[in-house]
Structure formats: structure tokens, C-alpha cells
Ligand binder design. Structure first.
Ligand SMILES: *Cc1c(COP(=O)(O)O)cnc(C)c1O
Length: 353
């Protein structure tokens, strides 16, 4: 048994992987692989319709919202968002590398106000008490900072339309999705494999698109084409849909939230108790999805790494830009994997502390 703590692409439910591999050989008992049939066939259209319906059900969204699956990753959304919606000025919160990359793209299109930044302390906290200009076209933030392990679970008050990069925590806690004009998420962290990016849009926002632009960058075209203006990433959407089905059968987002709270509490309680490790971010801003930590004595890393390997714990290395360790505890990670990690931390303290 391998415990998969990878930050992304990341763990998927075992039953989803079984269903996905079966569909590679024969999709819906057709004798044809999902990988070798037209995306215009009714069975594939049904997959997309179900993915959209599940997304709306799980997030409590009505017909005033559209859901599309695009390519180019969350990184293409960094540019598509301002391309479609930044006319004069936009406001951004800078909480890490992904937020900074979104800001960099926005600057190509107009005035980009960074309302607050935590760069001064290596993004180890979430800035609070910032002001969002009332004349901004929108306010953009990153709900979960995958690389640093900080998270914003309370939707900020905003006088202007809200746009959020939820790549690494969508469907992990309940929130009022109807407060947003646009939410985007690369599938490969908490929803599916790499290759599809979910974009949830308030339909009324489409009326604000003005700029002339390449067709593929226009949200309105993708909404009108129901994700099939061009050939979509069928397999990635299929696996995402299976994961949403799994999530729904588990009881939905509120059940996931309770599970995620339990897992992260178990981990952080041990982190705070254990004399050999320490967290790297402000306690109140800790993410439930990605927990960053370091060893008090880094010369013992090789010993700890060997124990992790022995216990079948995989994917715990920190992002290459920050080092240390990062335990990613996405929806699909079972509590038993966190228990296994906690046991290794305890054994390490006992044997090498
Ligand atoms: C991984 C990640 C991205 C980048 O996603 P790509 O699909 O690789 O472009 C953007 N934002 C967040 C929050 C992420 O975790």
C-alpha cells in the first residue's frame, strides 16, 4: 500500500482509477475505447453533461451559471481572465507563486492593483484588512496556495465581481459559489488528471466581454459550444466526472469538508506536538490541503526520508522552490494515510529525537 501525498498531479479514488482503466478498453460496453471515439457521440456528450450537472449540484449553482472544461491549465486562465474581463483596472491579492503569475498576466491588459501581498515573509501568511478599489473590473485571489500551504476559506467581502483560482481546493469545503463571477481550477490537484481546467462562470458576466480576441480565448465561445467548440480533453473530463460522482456518493462537499478537517487536525496536532518538526506558515492561515513543514535538524532528513520510504509514504517533498516537506491531503486521501504519516513522525522522534 502506497500513501500518496503528491501535490499534483495527485491522488484519485481507487475506484475511479479502476473505472477509468476499464473505459480505456471498452467504454460503456461498446467494445470501443473512450480514447478512440468521437467527442460528438451521445455517450461522450452525456459524460460532459453529467460533469456539469454534478458540479452545479455539489456547489449549489443554478442555471445562471455555466461550467466548461478547457485546456491550457490554470496557467492559461491567468491570461484568459484579464483578456476577457480587464478593461481598465483589476485588483489582485498576492499570496504566492500562482497569484504572482496571475498578476504578471493581468499587467499586459491594464492597471493591476495588488491590494496586499505576503511576499515580505515568503508567503507564509494571508494578508488581512486590505481594501479592494470600487472601480476595479474584478478582484482576483487564490484560495489555496499549494506551494506554501496557506488557504483562504472565507470568501472575501468585495465591492466588485469576484474571481478565484481554486485549483487546489475546489470541492474541499462548503462556500457560497454564487458570490463569484468566475472560478477556475486545473483538474489535477483535487478533481482528476492533468489536461482539463474547469471554469465556472456567471452567465451574466459574459456580457462584459469587449476585447477582440482569438476565438479560443473567448469564454463566450466555449460556453456556447458547451466545451466542444474544438476537441476537448475527453479522458481528463471523464475521470473528473467519475471523481465528482464519487464525491457525490460520499455525501457531497460538506462530508468532504468534515473529512478534510479531521485529516488536517490529526496532522497538525502531531506537527505541533512533535519536537523534531515545525510548520512554516502562520497557524491561523494553515491549509487543509497542503501542510508545509521542516525538520528542526535538517541533517536528519536522510534518516526521516528512509523511514517514510519504508512506510510506503510517497510525494512528501516540498516544492522545489521552497524545500522541506509538504503533506498534500486532498479529498481522495484516506485518513489512514495521515495516520501512517503521524506514526512515522512519532517513531522518528522516539528513535532519533
Ligand atoms: C498547480 C496550480 C496552478 C497551475 O496549474 P497548471 O494547470 O499547471 O497551469 C495554478 N494555481 C494553483 C493554485 C495551483 O495549485
Amino acid at each position: 500500500m502506497v500513501h500518496n501525498f503528491s501535490a499534483g498531479p495527485a491522488i484519485l479514488p481507487a475506484e475511479v482509477l479502476h473505472q477509468a482503466s476499464a473505459a480505456c478498453l471498452s467504454f460503456n460496453n461498446t467494445g470501443l475505447s473512450l480514447l478512440e471515439i468521437s467527442h460528438r457521440g451521445k455517450d461522450v456528450i452525456a459524460v460532459f453533461d453529467e460533469a456539469v450537472a454534478l458540479t452545479k449540484k455539489l456547489l449549489n449553482l443554478g442555471d445562471d451559471y455555466a461550467v466548461v472544461f478547457l485546456q491550457g491549465g490554470a496557467s492559461t486562465q491567468f491570461a484568459m481572465v484579464p483578456h476577457n474581463f480587464l478593461h481598465q483596472k483589476a485588483a489582485y491579492l498576492n499570496t504566492g507563486v500562482w497569484a504572482s503569475r496571475a498578476i504578471k498576466e493581468a499587467k499586459h491588459y491594464g492597471e493591476t492593483v495588488v491590494v496586499a501581498s505576503s511576499e515580505d515573509r515568503n508567503f507564509s501568511y494571508i494578508p488581512k484588512g486590505f481594501n479592494i478599489p470600487e472601480d476595479a473590473d474584478y478582484f482576483h485571489y487564490t484560495s489555496n496556495n499549494t506551494i506554501y500551504g496557506t488557504q483562504i476559506r472565507t470568501v472575501p467581502q468585495s465591492p466588485v465581481p469576484l474571481i478565484c483560482d481554486m485549483s487546489s481546493d475546489i470541492f474541499s469545503y462548503t462556500f457560497d459559489a454564487s458570490k463569484f463571477d468566475l472560478i477556475y481550477a486545473g483538474a489535477q490537484k483535487n478533481m482528476g488528471p492533468a489536461g482539463a481546467t474547469m471554469v465556472i462562470l456567471k452567465k451574466s458576466a459574459l456580457q462584459r466581454i469587449q476585447r477582440k480576441m482569438p476565438t479560443m480565448l473567448n469564454y463566450a465561445i466555449h460556453v456556447e459550444g458547451e466545451s466542444m467548440y474544438n476537441t476537448p480533453p475527453v479522458f481528463a473530463v471523464y475521470v473528473s466526472m467519475l471523481t465528482l460522482r464519487w464525491l457525490d456518493a460520499m455525501g457531497g462537499v460538506a462530508v468532504m469538508e468534515a473529512r478534510n478537517e479531521e485529516k488536517s487536525n490529526l496532522f497538525y496536532t502531531e506537527l505541533d506536538r512533535n519536537s523534531q518538526f515545525k510548520g512554516t506558515v502562520e497557524v491561523e492561515d494553515r491549509s487543509r490541503m497542503n501542510a508545509n513543514f521542516i525538520m528542526n535538524d535538517p541533517s536528519k532528513e536522510a534518516l526521516f526520508n528512509a523511514m517514510l520510504k519504508e512506510a510506503g509514504i510517497s510525494g512528501l517533498a516540498g516544492h522545489r522552490s521552497v524545500g522541506g516537506y509538504r503533506a498534500s491531503m486532498y479529498n481522495a486521501l484516506p485518513l489512514s494515510s495521515v495516520q501512517a504519516l503521524v506514526e512515522v513522525m512519532q517513531a522518528f522522534e522516539k528513535n532519533h529525537g
